[in-house]
Design a protein around this ligand. Structure first.
Ligand code: IMO
Ligand code: MG
Length: 429
């Protein structure tokens, strides 16, 4: 049995797409367990760039099986668009994509409420992707969510939709002063989706259990990142799901005893998109340089990402709460040519030094980062695939990070391309 969870260990956009794509070669099943199409997982293969939002990245490899687990929120329109886009590139997911019956649906009112509720928050807005993620998970918790399985029961679907629209339209029309949704229209739209999605719907807990029984290798593909986790992240500036490793269990119905390794993906620096605290953020030309060299613009929304130095405190927390067994460090090449590189090793706030992640938002928002300085390297690392060929200072930097966060490094990515990775150890082998 060899099953691996891959998670983001910062605030998302760590390069999970590339790492999952690479490791998918060694996996049989690739399984999404949380989030929705707020994710943007980029894979570069030759000259083609593919961004996947909802479909498991492993499906780009012929013959692999993809599962969208019960913990995911599914926008059926977005899903079908993605299936069609892949099919126009000659990639068919038919017969190898399975969607959990128990996954919740993102409805049109979720998207509308996501957008409107952000507007009223003013300076305290979260900066969501506007995909309806938060409101869909809110309905799930409030036990009024509509699930994928309900698409197969038109009578029940209609009944649930009618009940929900009474409340949702009240919010939209009375509170937010925007137009509500028409029962008949939404019903028809979703019944058309149902016709197309039906062949993919499955009892995925059973499917996965059988795969484990047959000794198949599973890769759980996390979306977002540890510090965007609704329980363990920088609340309330988080997404609404469990992006940490534990989410792989609740989001798929696989017990923790079935998981062997947890790989955390981290950039060689830090980025964040959307609002919320970011102690090592650089609001200067250095941050600007990271953004332009690293092409730090959102794969889902196109928004410029906030950039800053690597933060050991963030990572050490991720090692702890995910039980990380190893790390994949990405975008090392972006640091090429920086004369000096800083690493945040602690925070200072009101005379107190924090070496571990503080929970209070105010501490994170107002703290001053404590930096350790490292000499940069001028030699390009782009495309290097062997550790020995890395510049000495790059090795020093990587070894220091690994030592400080308390976790082994298995993979180092030196460009966005599939093959350009240093594999010190394949977690699947
Ligand atoms: P991947 O999988 C980075 C951020 C949004 C916002 C917050 C809440 O590509 O790493 P939401 O729409 O989820 O309610 O927004 O979470 N966010 C991400 N940031 N990468 C992502 O996904 C993200 N998905 C959501 O910017 O701050
Ligand atoms: Mg992304």
């Amino acid at each position: 049995m060899m099953n691996l969870v891959v998670i983001g260990s910062q605030w998302g956009d760590e390069g999970k797409g590339k790492i999952v794509d690479l490791l998918s070669e060694s996996a049989d099943y690739v399984i999404r367990y949380q989030g929705g199409h707020n994710a943007g997982h980029t894979v570069v293969s030759g000259e083609t760039v593919i961004v996947l939002h909802l479909i498991p990245t492993g499906l780009l490899h012929a013959g692999k099986i993809g599962v969208i687990g019960n913990g995911v929120v599914v926008d059926p329109g977005a899903l079908l668009e993605e299936i069609d886009a892949l099919s126009s590139r000659g990639i068919s997911v038919s017969g190898r994509l399975f969607i959990s019956e128990a996954a919740h649906l993102i409805m049109p009112y979720h998207k509308a409420i996501d957008k409107e509720s952000e507007k009223v928050k003013g300076t305290r807005k979260i900066g969501t992707t506007g995909r309806g993620i938060g409101p869909a998970y809110a309905d799930k918790m409030a036990r009024i969510g509509i699930r994928v399985v309900d698409l197969l029961d038109p009578g029940l679907f209609r009944e649930k939709l009618a009940t929900n629209l009474v409340e949702m339209n009240y919010f939209l029309e009375q509170l937010y002063k925007v137009k509500g949704f028409d029962l008949e229209k939404v019903y028809q739209e979703y019944m058309e989706y149902a016709d197309r999605i039906r062949p993919y719907i499955a009892d995925t807990t059973l499917l996965i259990d059988e795969a484990i029984g047959r000794g198949r290798r599973l890769l759980f593909e996390g979306a977002q990142g540890t510090h965007l986790d609704v329980d363990l992240g920088t609340y309330p500036y988080v997404t609404s799901s469990n992006a940490t490793a534990g989410g792989a269990c609740t989001g798929t119905g696989v017990g923790p005893t079935k998981i062997n390794e947890v790989l955390g993906v981290a950039k060689a620096y830090t980025t964040r998109v959307g609002s919320g605290p970011f102690p090592s953020e650089l609001n200067n030309e250095m941050g600007e340089m990271l953004r332009s060299k690293g092409k730090e613009f959102g794969a889902t929304t196109g928004r410029p990402r906030r950039c800053g130095w690597f933060d050991v405190v963030l990572l050490r927390y991720s090692v702890r709460v995910n039980g990380l067994t190893s790390l994949a460090i990405t975008k090392l090449d972006v640091l090429d040519g920086f004369p000096e590189i800083q690493v945040c090793v602690g925070y200072e706030f009101e005379g107190k030094v924090y070496r571990e992640m503080p929970t209070a938002l105010k501490t994170l928002e107002k703290c001053t980062p404590i930096y350790e300085h490292f000499s940069g390297w001028s030699e390009p690392t782009t495309g290097i695939t062997s550790y020995d060929r890395l510049p000495k200072n790059a090795k020093t930097y990587l070894e220091a990070i690994s030592e400080k966060v308390g976790c082994r490094v298995d993979l180092i990515s030196t460009s966005s391309k599939r093959g350009e990775t240093i594999v010190l150890r394949n977690p699947f082998q």
